[in-house]
Design a protein around this ligand. Structure first.
Ligand SMILES: [Fe+2]
Length: 305
């Protein structure tokens, strides 16, 4: 099992251990695209150290341009993860607090060691989806930081919904323009079951919200399909007999391999992705005797339009 050594919370002192100024590290920062449509690898920055305004601007531009940033060779405690993600926005409170880390509840964990009440293993994130789309203001980004990884497998796949929308026929683009989808915590049509919410969590999670099926990115203006087979219950004003095949057709088109970036995790990876223009899914294809454990944070987003 590949394991990353994570420093204890609070053990780090700002830039004092080496005397190396943050700017020196940042001069070496490299952003290298991983495919021609989605993803970029970032090297040469240590997010446990102060980051200059210039580097912050470069990172945010790269995030909007590439959709997924894979920031290599980080070793961050939960509190340091919070500091790092605040370079990109404000922390969004996730819905199911059972996964919160006690010492830092804004951070949740992803683990293959949780089980449903009936004893079956719970693999978070299986099946294509976008995070928390049942919120009126869904998170603009999700961040994962690898703490413990299996020797092989457990990749995260991303599919680019802007590229997928652009590749639709003009007639299908016209047909879906203006359609509104109904998002709920758990769609009755979903093959994947989520961990149930506690009564206290149910009170703060909306029953249903409406979002456009095609949304426009607030920062780059690109149109994207906004699909989510785990959360979409139907299309407003459309019979299920018409809506469900349409949603299936769009999902099949949008998750074709040509729109994908497949992330193979390395120890130390911190990955941030843009939920406004991507679907993602986890793969439970690894040795379940090995622990896969990551920290997860989300960032506040806008009302999709
Ligand atoms: Fe997810």
């Amino acid at each position: 099992m590949r394991r990353l050594v994570v420093p204890a919370a609070g053990s780090w002192q700002s830039g004092q251990e080496t005397g190396v100024a943050a700017g020196v590290k940042e001069e070496a920062m490299e952003v290298k695209p991983t495919t021609d449509h989605t993803g970029a690898e970032v090297r040469g920055i240590d997010l446990a150290r102060p980051v200059s305004d210039e580097a912050k601007a470069v990172l945010n531009r790269a995030f909007v341009a590439h959709g997924v940033l894979v920031i290599r060779e980080q070793s961050l405690s939960p509190h340091q993860v919070l500091g790092a993600v605040e370079l990109f926005g404000r922390v969004f409170m996730q819905h199911n607090t059972r996964f919160a880390i006690p010492e830092c509840p804004q951070i949740h964990y992803i683990s293959n060691n949780d089980r449903f009440p009936d004893g079956r293993r719970y693999i978070p994130g299986e099946g294509w989806h976008t995070d928390h789309s049942n919120d009126a203001r869904p998170p603009k980004a999700t961040v994962l930081h690898a703490v413990s990884l299996p020797d092989r497998g457990g990749d995260t796949q991303f599919a680019n919904m802007a590229a997928a929308h652009a590749a639709l026929s003009p007639s299908l683009q016209d047909r879906i323009a203006g359609l509104v989808a109904i998002h709920v915590y758990q769609s009755s049509h979903s093959a994947r079951k989520l961990m149930a919410l506690s009564d206290a969590n149910k009170e703060r999670v909306p029953n249903a919200v409406l979002h456009p099926l095609v949304r426009t990115h607030p920062e780059n203006g690109r149109k994207s399909l906004y699909l989510n087979p785990i959360r979409i219950e139907g299309i407003l004003g459309m019979d299920h007999k018409e809506a469900l095949p349409l949603l299936d057709e769009l999902l099949e088109h949008a998750t074709a391999e040509r729109f994908q970036y497949r992330h193979r995790w390395q120890p130390g990876d911190l990955v941030i992705w843009d939920n406004r223009c991507l679907l993602h899914k986890a793969n439970g294809d690894y040795d379940m005797e090995q622990t896969r454990y990551l920290y997860r944070v989300m960032l506040e987003g806008d009302v999709p339009r």
